[in-house]
Design a protein around this ligand. Structure first.
Ligand code: FES
Length: 321
């Protein structure tokens, strides 16, 4: 997490859909907030000491507020419940400056935005930005039902409503998103941006790769990775290449946690292998990748690792730390 934080106040908390609240954050002391680009997120420091990344889902042209939206997760690790239950209007929070790990590609001729559920949040900012700059785009918004889909009224009354299609899986079969059909015959200048839960992302990315979309045109951000299977974890050791120190990583303990106990801090945010914050260079050894951030090519190359979740196949990993 970034050391410099911004004090903000919750100016408005609103129910946007079943299980989804939005929070409008304004600077607690001065008028404006640092600018951000579409796809950016902030790390929110929550009551109880947790830190969670949330995408900014208002127009990037705004500097008087940030808006985030949070789905209350049935299997919450604490973050979404804290946001829903412990953060009310007028609450003070500390957040990081915006960071963008999911930016729009400025060279693209056209943009195809695919949202699954709460994954609409960064894509909403993208749709706003693309509409403002007059770029060619389409947004497909998939959710289980209308009542579980946030911001539908806002989208339907926006200036880009005619470029949006809603797909509700509890509705008529023909309204569900046909991924294979949508992604068939990819145009060379079109970039695809997808955000949603792991199952949705797996389907979209597998569909795109099967239809020949190149990795450079696939941009994605996952919400909530499936919990990693830890039963077969083995212990290994990490050699810090810059200092020569060796740190043991027991089974059931992440590299980040083992290094933290040894006094070596690696910046983290999601701690699930989805945001890229903890990415570290591997100098030697073989990573066992468990993240959903690196591309299959990057994982195969073995020169990068997300140590918040990934482990080692070799007895020792040498990291550029
Ligand atoms: S902290 Fe998000 S990928 Fe490691």
């Amino acid at each position: 997490m970034s050391l410099a934080t911004i004090p903000v106040r919750v100016a408005r908390k609103r129910n946007e859909a079943e299980g989804i609240c939005s929070f409008e954050l304004v600077h607690a002391e001065v008028g404006t907030l640092p600018p951000f680009s579409a796809g950016a997120h902030v790390d929110v420091h929550l009551p109880g000491g947790l830190t969670r990344p949330y995408s900014l889902c208002n127009s990037p042209a705004e500097t008087h507020r940030y808006r985030i939206a949070v789905l209350r997760e049935a299997a919450s690790r604490g973050g979404s419940v804290a946001m829903h239950e412990a953060v009310s209007e007028d609450a003070r929070l500390e957040i990081s400056a915006p960071r963008n790990l999911f930016p729009l590609n400025d060279e693209a001729d056209a943009h195809l935005l695919l949202a699954g559920g709460i994954g609409i949040t960064p894509l909403l900012a993208m749709a706003e930005a693309l509409h403002r700059r007059g770029s060619s785009f389409r947004l497909h918004y998939c959710a289980r039902s209308r009542s579980r889909a946030a911001f539908v009224d806002e989208i339907q009354s926006s200036g880009y409503a005619d470029r949006v299609q809603f797909h509700f899986s509890e509705g008529a079969a023909e309204r569900r998103l046909d991924i294979a059909h949508l992604l068939a015959s990819p145009q060379p200048g079109t970039h695809l941006y997808a955000c949603g839960p792991a199952g949705f992302m797996d389907a979209v990315l597998a569909g795109a790769r099967a239809q020949g979309w190149s990795e450079q045109r696939l941009h994605h951000e996952v919400f909530n990775a499936a919990p990693a299977e830890s039963a077969g974890d083995r212990a290994f050791e990490v050699l810090l290449g810059l200092s020569g120190r060796v740190v043991a990583v027991p089974a059931g303990c992440s590299i980040v946690a083992a290094l933290s106990q040894a006094g070596v801090a690696i910046p983290t945010s999601c701690e699930q292998g989805i945001c890229g914050t903890c990415m570290t260079t591997v100098l030697d050894g073989t990573p066992e990748h468990r993240d959903q951030y690196l591309t299959p090519e990057e994982q195969a190359a073995g020169t990068l690792i997300l140590p918040c979740c990934s482990r080692a196949k070799s007895a020792r990993l040498v990291l550029a730390l």
